[in-house]
Design a protein around this ligand. Structure first.
Ligand SMILES: CC(C)(COP(=O)(O)OP(=O)(O)OC[C@H]1O[C@@H](n2cnc3c(N)ncnc32)[C@H](O)[C@@H]1OP(=O)(O)O)[C@@H](O)C(=O)NCCC(=O)NCCSC(=O)CCC(=O)c1ccccc1C(=O)O
Length: 279
């Protein structure tokens, strides 16, 4: 991480948020509890992801984690929902309300028109595992990453991207094994299953993720956005169609034809569209 001139974009309690050369880095920062998320964490994640989406200088986002734990030196990406904050109907924040807002974070990652790369330095467990699944790509620490699904140990079930989309990624049998048995899988095993893009020596992990982001940034922003939404579309139903079509509408807005349609309305006249029907 030393060679990258990260600048803090905003101070938070449960996460860190930095930017450098078109890349944003959002990282869990509760390493002593394996980076479990509580409502405060998810609110901060939503805020930072929203900023990354809105910032036109940012083209790719790393979702990573600080660490290791000051207690035992163990690295983690995220161990899912903080079970100490869990109430009867969800996770209880400082306002006393019970929330399930990690799914909003998942949706922001899924629908943001920028590549999101998950950086897994250690444990990726429960809702933390699901977050890695929903990211566009995942890089994992060769020495320390461990993937594990504990939802069925604590009466939770991510019935969306965390399980059904995972099954599309690793196959139905393997996805059922991951959820029904809750075993530990190494970075290499996760790579072999198809849910990790690269296994990287721990010391090089953050730099590798930044380099992957820089490679993405060298590509056409419109292509990256449309490709992401096209690949999402078949799994996201009408919402996937809506997101893809929204961007298609934006492209249509940029044409002379659209300008004529708008101007004709404002000038209270019939539109004079260019009568060319391209083959
Ligand atoms: C991650 C472990 C496998 C790591 O094991 P180990 O290395 O032996 O460490 P530990 O000694 O167990 O832990 C160290 C320290 O951290 C605390 N801790 C770890 N994980 C959590 C956690 N999730 N919550 C609270 N605290 C945690 C642990 O207590 C220790 O503290 P000490 O004070 O030092 O004793 C292992 O830790 C582990 O299995 N952790 C629990 C994993 C888990 O079950 N997570 C929850 C899964 S359910 C979930 O994530 C909800 C998903 C979700 O949010 C969701 C999904 C679908 C729809 C809606 C929602 C929604 O929004 O709720």
């Amino acid at each position: 991480m030393n060679s990258i001139a990260w600048q803090t974009a905003k101070e938070y309690d449960d996460i860190t948020y930095k930017k450098c050369n078109g890349v944003a880095r959002i990282a869990f920062n509760r390493p002593d509890v394996r980076n479990a998320f509580r409502p405060k964490t998810t609110s901060e994640l939503l805020d930072a992801f929203h900023d990354s989406q809105e910032d036109t200088s940012i083209g790719a986002v790393l979702l990573s984690a600080e660490g290791p734990s000051s207690k035992d030196g163990v690295y983690s990406f995220c161990s899912g929902g903080d079970q100490k904050a869990r109430g009867q109907q969800g996770y209880v924040g400082e306002d006393g309300y019970h929330r399930l807002n990690i799914l909003e974070v998942q949706r922001l990652i899924r629908f943001m028109p920028k590549a999101v790369i998950c950086v897994v330095p250690g444990w990726a467990v429960g809702g933390g595992h699901s977050l890695h699944v929903v990211c566009d790509m995942t890089l994992a620490s060769k020495e320390h990453a461990i993937f594990k699904q504990t939802d069925a140990d604590v009466t939770s079930f991510d019935g969306g991207y965390g399980s059904a989309y995972l099954a599309k990624m690793v196959g139905q049998k393997k996805a059922r094994e991951i959820f029904f048995l809750g075993r530990n899988y190494s970075a290499q095993e996760a790579f072999d299953m198809g849910m990790v893009n690269a296994v990287v020596p721990h010391e090089e992990l953050e730099n590798a993720a930044y380099e992957w982001a820089q490679e993405v940034l060298a590509k056409s922003p419109t292509s990256i956005k449309m490709l992401k939404f096209a690949m999402n579309l078949t799994d996201d139903g009408m919402v996937g169609q809506q997101v893809f079509a929204g961007e298609a509408t934006r492209l249509a807005y940029m044409t002379e034809e659209a300008k004529e349609g708008r101007d004709a309305f404002l000038e209270k006249r019939a539109p004079n569209f260019d009568k060319k029907w391209l083959p």
